[in-house]
Design a protein around this ligand. Structure first.
Ligand SMILES: C[S@@+](CC[C@H](N)C(=O)[O-])C[C@H]1O[C@@H](n2cnc3c(N)ncnc32)[C@H](O)[C@@H]1O
Length: 286
């Protein structure tokens, strides 16, 4: 036993860590590596403190005894990693604009951000659309989903520390954000016209049934598949495929690659994939 382990407030045995890894994987598909033991301790200790529970074993026992307990959501929220930024991987927003330029006019465009985290990504999508159409009321609807309810609440509020938009150029900052004054100094709020384009919903990508219909033009699913194993990724891709229109795009994160399912998706640039027509015949469960 290391000194750090001995000095801990709660006992956290290797078997407790193994149990957390199994439970989070079963619930939301996240594969936590062996190296995450300290991270898990730090994040879940807050839940033990809040519940006045004195050991990880008791905490996990009570979770497993109550599959419908609201504590499951706190467990999931504590273990997700929400790292994101406005216009992260900026080339994808140029790809989005080029794609929009090629779509027929006169019908609304549907975009889906499937791991929206705290909102920076769906707002960046909305900004790119406003820029492309030269209007704060572009003909687009954006569905933004995530499994983490706390992150979604923050996203829906649309309020950020001002330094989060420090890398955006002045034109974007002015066009899309309001600066806080008085007690809100140091914060910015996304302009309501932009927020109105986005609908936030909770969605667990590893669920079998998704409350999302088809007709989606572009899916952004970035930097979340890296937490899933290959079979889980493939199951999700099979569910994305029938929801995209013919010619629709799937945009992945910088270290995510889907070359293993050529019947469903074909590469179309840097971490961008186009839907292959007819791929649904390859056993897609929609
Ligand atoms: C690292 S963030 C990526 C955020 C954003 N897409 C980006 O690229 O900046 C990963 C997000 O995936 C979400 N997530 C993890 N497992 C999920 C699941 N099973 N279903 C939906 N979202 C999930 C997390 O809650 C987190 O907000």
């Amino acid at each position: 036993m290391t000194r750090a382990t001995r000095d801990r407030e709660f006992s956290f045995e290797t078997r407790d860590f193994a149990r957390v890894r199994r439970l989070i994987h079963e619930r939301v598909g996240i594969s936590l590596s062996e190296a995450k033991q300290d991270m898990v301790y730090g994040r879940l200790s807050r839940r033990l403190r809040a519940l006045h529970t004195d050991s990880f074993r008791c905490y996990l026992d009570s979770l497993e005894a109550a599959p419908d307990s609201p504590e499951w959501q706190n467990f999931v929220n504590a273990l997700t990693t929400n790292l994101t930024a406005f216009f992260r991987e900026p080339h994808h927003f140029d790809t989005l604009k080029s794609h929009l330029a090629g779509l027929p006019r006169g019908r609304p465009v549907t975009l889906w951000c499937a791991a929206a985290s705290t909102g920076e990504e769906p707002y960046s999508i909305a900004m790119a659309c406003a820029e492309h159409y030269g209007s704060m009321r572009p003909p687009v609807r954006i569905l933004a989903t995530d499994v983490d309810t706390e992150a979604l609440q923050k996203a829906a509020r649309g309020v950020y520390a001002a330094d989060r938009i420090g890398d955006l150029d002045a034109t974007r900052r002015k066009a899309f954000f309001l600066r806080g004054t008085g007690p809100n100094t140091g914060q910015v709020r996304v302009r309501p016209a932009l927020s109105k384009l986005i609908t936030y919903r909770q969605l667990n990508l590893v669920d079998r049934a998704w409350p999302v219909r088809g007709g989606v033009d572009v899916i952004f699913c970035r930097n979340v598949m890296i937490y899933f194993d290959k079979p889980t990724q493939a199951a999700i891709l099979r569910q994305f495929h029938p929801r995209l229109v013919s010619g629709g795009l799937l945009i992945a994160g910088h270290s995510e690659s889907y070359l293993n399912l050529p019947e469903l998706f074909t590469p179309r640039g840097q971490t961008v994939y186009a839907r292959v027509d007819g791929g649904a015949a390859a056993g897609v469960a929609a």
